[in-house]
Write a protein that binds this ligand. Structure first.
Ligand SMILES: [Zn+2]
Length: 120
């Protein structure tokens, strides 16, 4: 992050509007990560060896970077306060309904059993 310091002799611009962020002025660092969720599901294939072979053949079409980008990507941007507000509002309006993953059913056997309460 040392290249993002807004110190003397450094000129940084907003990644969205390109506005120069003056020395000492407020700015924001926006970091986004995309992490593949596909690894969480293990499918039950009838012939796993065949599936692995065809998956490896399919992967040969892509560069190592393309494959890695499918699994994990990370981007960092500098934003001026105005663009930070705009992007934040945009993300909230677009992502809000789906930000919380549906909770998984608890199957833990450690669940506490509450004592039966008799009505008096
Ligand atoms: Zn901006």
């Amino acid at each position: 992050m040392s290249n993002m310091k807004n110190g003397p002799g450094r000129q940084i611009n907003c990644s969205l509007c390109s506005k120069l962020i003056k020395e000492g002025a407020a700015f924001y660092i926006f970091e986004a990560r995309f992490i593949s969720g596909a690894g969480e599901v293990i499918a039950d294939y009838p012939d796993p060896d065949k599936e692995i072979t065809s998956a490896l053949e399919a992967l040969e079409k892509y560069s190592e970077q393309e494959v890695m980008d499918d699994v994990y990507t990370e981007t960092t941007h500098i934003l001026c306060p105005g663009c930070k507000r705009g992007l934040s509002a945009e993300l909230q309006s677009r992502l809000a309904p789906q930000t919380k993953p549906t909770p998984k059913k608890r199957t833990s056997k450690k669940a506490k059993i509450l004592p039966f309460q008799k009505n008096k």
